[in-house]
Design a protein around this ligand. Structure first.
Ligand SMILES: [Zn+2]
Ligand SMILES: [Zn+2]
Length: 261
């Protein structure tokens, strides 16, 4: 297994698509090999050994494209870990997992298996704006504007930082937090739909390139911006619209990309 060097933060893009198809994975980031942010692609992008090395999973919201590999991930790592995997999410997101997914109907309730005292999955409630520290990373949930309660995450290792907004329509707080963050290296946000579908984007609380261009004016820090969650079938239409923004530090995130600071 790849060892992570001290003092370096590695961000690995497991999936960054707004839809799933062959070679097109749903949202998932992995930091330093041990901390996952969203679980749309854990089992598709990672070897069993790499999955077993994950100690923490932070979930931005309950939508399926951000949680859908959790059941198979749980089954894969069961019996291979002495400590639970901590699932960090808003109370509403954890409630959705309990009620609709790990409910002994769709999948076993791994929050009480093998025993309630030492379960495979341990749920840990996030509170917006309250940072938690895991594995040398300070992770701050930042509320954004989506159809269900959703947080982005500011991830800092004491030297470098990135901010992932997760799925969001127009929002302010993520930009305020980014503007106030020391050593912010990357701002990851979304561009789900082409400009011609702005009404849909507004209704579904997502962004188009045009809306994104307005949003990015709020970003005062000179920081690289990377986009995810493009709808696969609309990608050819969205890409030139992103280019037409003529933003010097804007690009589209790539699956399997590794960013090291
Ligand atoms: Zn969503
Ligand atoms: Zn999504």
């Amino acid at each position: 297994m790849m060892q992570h060097s001290r003092g370096i933060m590695e961000l690995r893009i497991l999936g960054c698509s707004g839809g799933e198809a062959k070679d097109e994975r749903l949202t998932g980031l992995l930091v330093n090999g041990a901390v996952a942010i969203d679980a749309g692609s854990l089992t598709l992008a990672l070897s069993l050994e790499e999955q077993i090395a994950i100690r923490h999973v932070f979930l931005s919201h309950s939508h399926l494209d951000h949680i859908c590999t959790l059941p198979f991930f749980a089954k894969n790592v069961f019996g291979h870990r002495s400590e639970p995997v901590e699932i960090h999410a808003l109370p509403q997101t954890l409630d959705a997992l309990r009620r609709h997914l790990f409910n002994d109907e769709l999948w076993p309730d791994f929050s009480v298996i093998p025993t309630p005292d030492r379960p495979l999955l341990r749920y840990s409630e996030l509170e917006p704006e309250r940072a938690c520290t895991v594995d040398g990373l300070r992770i701050t949930p930042v509320p954004v504007n989506h159809l269900v309660p959703t947080v982005g995450f500011l991830v800092e290792d004491g030297r470098d930082a990135f901010l992932f907004t997760s799925d969001t329509g127009r929002t302010d707080r993520a930009y305020e937090v980014a503007n106030g963050a020391a050593n912010l290296r990357l701002f990851i946000t979304e561009a789900s739909f082409p400009d011609g579908q702005e009404a849909l984007a507004e209704a579904a609380l997502h962004l188009t390139p045009r809306l994104l261009g307005e949003e990015l004016k709020k970003l005062k820090a000179p920081v690289d911006v990377a986009l995810y969650h493009l709808t696969p079938g609309d990608r050819a239409e969205i890409l030139p619209q992103i280019q037409a923004l003529h933003h010097p530090r804007l690009r589209v995130l790539e699956q399997d990309e590794r960013v090291v600071w």
